[in-house]
Design a protein around this ligand. Structure first.
Ligand code: NAP
Length: 327
């Protein structure tokens, strides 16, 4: 098989880069910041495949047009909202992702955010570091109870299901809203389906694990916040734009919810002077839901396997757009 040209947009964790380099001509962006759009458009002009992060590289129509030889977009991550999939498909470009290997790690992270926001862990940490701790008081940093609380999961895919499994251990009463109801999981996990409005009105904790699509962009709007309980805590580990950031700001400003905890923001990165950062009951992390050594290594291996299969003319293990194979 002849060697192909592959661009890696980062020095991804081992073993993916080594697996690809063993078979193909590889160029790696070695920067500690994402490459500029101009640099990216220039570098993809002669490649057959790209191994990219779904958090940093956008493969829209312009980028795809800039890469006339492109046959595969291999995403390091499960979300593929960074790719214009219909256009890639129309060009016969295979789009791949890394589902499954990051499910449990991201669900752990959602639960870490849930517990931290409920029990105000970050506020407690800041309180001590700012030297404000003068002694115990009965009302100091009183939070919300997790045990037995109602959890509403928006998007019962792999990660949403793994969050529901964790909730059982905390005796939570779990409901979900998803594009398609999942009767078999309702029985297995003792969870119930609700309409989105019902879920928003009942839940003490609302956990977003839905994909970002045109239908889910801005799903959590002013109206959605107005349906939530004042004690509600919103957790988002999916994608920032699912929550309307201005609506979130208003909800926090007017005390419409108790707290929010976000792993993902709109935009990313969020700048240090962003108005959202004024709220002490908003916990924000820099999109690190899958960031453990083992998971990142598994993602790297799967992204490489996808890419190598595509370049060998085989069906990749995780192909987002099988229709592209027929083109
Ligand atoms: P998944 O198993 O594919 O689940 C996707 C969920 O989104 C499903 O519930 C699906 O609904 C729903 N969905 C897809 N398109 C929709 C639409 N048009 N309208 C309404 N719902 C729609 O994916 P996953 O592995 O659980 O990951 C979920 C998301 O989490 C990813 O898309 C990604 O953006 C995000 N994520 C973030 C991190 C992080 O670092 N924070 C890490 C991994 C993933 P159905 O159940 O009806 O199919």
């Amino acid at each position: 098989m002849s060697q192909k040209h592959v661009l890696l947009s980062w020095r991804f964790p081992t073993p993916g880069p080594e697996m690809v380099a063993a078979e193909h001509e590889v160029a790696i962006w070695e920067g500690d910041q994402p490459m500029s759009r101009q640099e990216f458009l220039h570098r993809i002009s002669n490649v057959d495949a790209v191994f990219v992060s779904n958090a940093t590289e956008v493969l829209d129509r312009e980028a795809i047009d800039a890469a006339p030889h492109l046959r595969c977009i291999s995403n390091f991550g499960v979300g593929y909202d960074n790719v214009d999939v219909p256009y890639a498909t129309s060009r016969g470009i295979l789009v791949c992702n890394t589902p499954g290997v990051l499910t449990e790690t991201t669900a752990d992270h959602a639960f870490a955010l849930l517990l931290a926001a409920a029990r105000r862990l970050m506020e407690g940490q800041a309180y001590i570091r700012q030297d404000r701790w003068r002694g115990w008081t009965p009302t100091l940093l009183v939070g919300q109870e997790v045990n037995g609380a109602r959890l509403g999961i928006i998007g019962l895919g792999n990660i949403g299901t793994a969050v529901a499994r964790r909730a059982k251990g905390f005796n939570m009463i779990t409901s979900y809203w998803s594009r398609s109801p999942k009767p078999h999981l309702e029985i297995e996990l003792n969870i119930t389906y609700e309409t989105l409005d019902e879920l928003l009105g009942h839940a003490d904790f609302i956990c977003i694990t839905v994909a970002l699509t045109p239908e889910t962009r801005g799903l959590i709007s002013d109206r959605a916040f107005s349906l939530m309980k004042p004690e509600a805590i919103l957790i988002n580990v999916a994608r920032g734009p699912i929550v309307d950031r201005h609506a979130l700001q208003r909800a926090l400003e007017y005390g419409r919810i108790f707290a929010a905890a976000l792993d993902v923001t709109d935009p990313e990165p969020l700048r240090g002077d962003d108005p959202l950062l004024q709220f002490s009951n908003l916990l924000i992390l820099p999109h690190v839901g899958s960031a453990t050594q083992r998971t990142r290594s598994r993602m790297s291996e799967l992204a490489a396997r996808n890419l190598l299969a595509a370049l060998a003319g085989e069906r990749p293990p995780h192909l987002v757009n099988p229709e592209a194979l027929r083109r």
